[in-house]
Design a protein around this ligand. Structure first.
Ligand SMILES: [Zn+2]
Length: 434
C-alpha cells in the first residue's frame, strides 16, 4: 500500500512539474513500482534484459506494463508489479492477458516444483508449466478438484491441456498426465482416472449411456466404484472394470428398448402404474403427461391419450393381429414383438386428436395435437421416440403420436444439441431390425 501511495504521489509530482515548467532540461524521473521491480530482478543484467518499450498505463483496473527483451513487468494497484516471461507468458497471452479470465499475475513465476516445473498465480487461477507438458492454465472448479488431489504432486500430475469447454450440457474438461477432470453445471468437477476412466471411455464419455460422473472414485480394500448420471462403474483387482448402465435396467427412467434391446426380464411389469384418463403410465411419467394434456387443452388444443402401458400378453396379441393383417415384415415396422415394446416400460404413451383425425397415421404430424406435441412435449420430459427419417436407427416408421418420457434433462439436451433419437443421445448402435 505504501508503495502505491508513493507511486501516485510521484506521478502527481511529475505531472505538476510537467504542467508548471517550460524548462528544456528533463524533469527528474519518478521511480515507479515497475522500475523498482526491474531493479530487484537484476535490471538490464537480469533475465528481462533491456527495456523495449516505455511504461504503458491505462490497462484494466488501472494497470501498467513495460516490455523488455526477455518479457514484461505488469503492475496493477491490486496485484503489485510482477514479472511475466517465457512459456507461462505465452499462455497468459493466449487467454487475453489481464483482460482474460486469469486477470493480473499476483506473484512471480515460482520454479523448482515436481519434474522441474514452474507456476505463476493469477487473480483467476494459475498457469502451470513443466518441460513435459508445457504451460497450461488452471482455474475455477476444475482447479479446485485438482487441488483435492495435491496439484502436480498428486496422482493427476500436470495438466496436459487447457480447459476444453462446449461439451454436452455446458460441460468442460481438462486432461492431466494421470487422467482428467470433468465438470458440468449439473454434476460439478469430478476426477476420472485409471481403469474406470478407460471403461467410461468405452461408453463414449459424457456422450454415452452413462453421462457425466457425479462422484469421484470411491475405494475400499475390495475395489473402487464411481457413480455416473446413469449408472456405475466398479473395479476390483481380480475382476477389472464392470459397467452397470441404467439403460439396461427395465425399471430405470433411462431404459432403452429397441429391436436389439429386449426388456429384461421380458415379462417386466412396472411397479407404480397410475391411470391418466384410462391409460396407465409409471407415476413420474403420468404426472408429467397429465400436465402436458392440461396445458395443451388450456391453449385450445384438443388431445387425448390413446394407448399407454401394455403388458407382455397384450403386446403378444396386438403383434399377432398385425402379422395376420399385414404380414410379418410390415408388422415389424409398425409394431413391436412382445418384450421389445416401449409401451411395456410404462414410459410411452400414444396420443390422438379427440375426433380421431389421422389416428396412428403419419398425417397426425399435421394436426393440431400432433403439431402441439412436436413443439412442446420436450418441456414435459417427453420425446417423439420414432422421428421422421430415422427408421434405420429406431427400426420403426415415423410415429408422431408416440411419446416417450425420458425426463426434462434429456428431452432438453436432445433438443438443444439436435439429437434425433435416444440411440443418438446414448451413443448406442442403430437397431433397424431384430
Ligand atoms: Zn406407441
Amino acid at each position: 500500500m505504501r508503495r502505491i501511495v508513493a507511486y501516485l504521489l510521484a506521478m502527481l509530482t511529475c505531472a505538476l512539474l510537467l504542467a508548471g515548467t517550460v524548462v528544456a532540461a528533463p524533469a527528474a524521473q519518478a521511480v515507479t513500482p515497475i522500475e523498482t521491480r526491474y531493479a530487484q530482478l537484476g535490471g538490464a543484467g537480469g533475465r528481462l534484459g533491456a527495456a523495449t518499450s516505455a511504461e504503458v498505463c491505462g490497462l484494466r483496473a488501472g494497470g501498467c506494463y513495460r516490455n523488455y527483451q526477455g518479457g514484461a513487468i505488469v503492475w496493477s494497484p491490486a496485484t503489485g508489479a510482477q514479472p511475466s516471461w517465457g512459456a507461462i507468458r505465452q499462455t497468459w497471452r493466449l487467454f487475453g492477458f489481464e483482460n482474460g479470465g486469469l486477470g493480473y499475475p499476483t506473484g512471480p513465476e515460482v520454479c523448482g516444483i515436481r519434474d522441474n516445473g514452474c507456476y505463476q498465480n493469477f487473480q483467476g487461477g494459475a498457469i502451470v508449466w513443466s518441460p513435459a507438458t508445457g504451460a497450461r492454465a488452471t482455474g475455477g472448479s476444475i482447479r479446485g478438484a485438482w487441488a483435492r488431489t495435491g496439484y502436480e504432486a498428486g496422482g493427476l500430475g500436470y495438466p496436459t491441456t487447457n480447459e476444453v469447454c462446449g461439451l454436452r450440457g455446458g460441460g468442460c474438461y481438462q486432461n492431466y498426465q494421470g487422467g482428467a477432470i470433468i465438470w458440468s453445471p449439473a454434476t460439478g468437477a469430478r476426477i476420472s482416472v485409471g481403469a474406470i476412466r478407460a471403461a467410461w471411455a468405452s461408453t463414449h464419455f459424457e456422450n454415452g449411456a452413462l453421462g457425466y460422473p457425479v462422484t469421484d472414485e470411491s475405494c475400499t480394500a475390495s475395489g473402487c466404484d464411481q457413480r455416473f448420471q446413469r449408472g456405475v462403474i466398479s473395479w476390483s483387482p481380480g475382476g477389472g472394470a464392470r459397467i452397470a448402465r441404467d439403460i439396461d435396467v427395465a425399471a430405470s427412467l433411462f431404459v432403452v428398448v429397441n429391436k436389439r434391446r429386449q426388456l429384461n426380464p421380458a415379462r417386466y411389469v412396472p411397479e407404480s402404474l397410475v391411470g391418466v384418463e384410462g391409460h396407465l403410465l409409471r407415476r413420474d411419467a403420468a404426472e408429467k403427461f397429465a400436465r402436458l394434456l392440461a396445458d395443451a387443452r388450456a391453449s385450445g388444443i384438443g388431445m387425448v391419450p390413446v394407448s399407454g402401458y401394455r403388458s407382455y400378453d397384450t403386446q403378444t396379441s396386438l403383434y399377432a393381429s398385425y402379422v395376420n393383417q399385414y404380414g410379418r415384415d410390415t408388422a415389424d415396422l409398425i409394431s413391436a414383438r412382445p418384450g421389445f415394446s416401449e409401451h411395456q416400460t410404462g414410459l410411452a404413451i400414444d396420443i390422438g386428436n379427440p375426433n380421431g383425425a389421422c389416428g396412428l397415421q403419419e398425417c397426425f404430424a399435421g394436426t393440431p395435437a400432433g403439431d402441439w406435441a412436436a413443439r412442446n412435449a420436450w418441456r414435459y420430459g417427453f420425446i417423439i421416440r420414432y422421428p421422421q427419417g430415422f427408421t434405420s436407427v429406431t427400426g420403426y416408421s415415423y410415429e408422431p403420436w408416440h411419446l416417450r418420457y425420458v425426463g426434462i434433462t434429456i428431452s432438453s439436451e436432445m433438443r438443444l444439441h439436435g439429437l434425433p433419437t435416444l440411440e443418438h443421445y446414448m451413443s448406442l448402435p442403430a437397431a433397424p431390425s431384430y
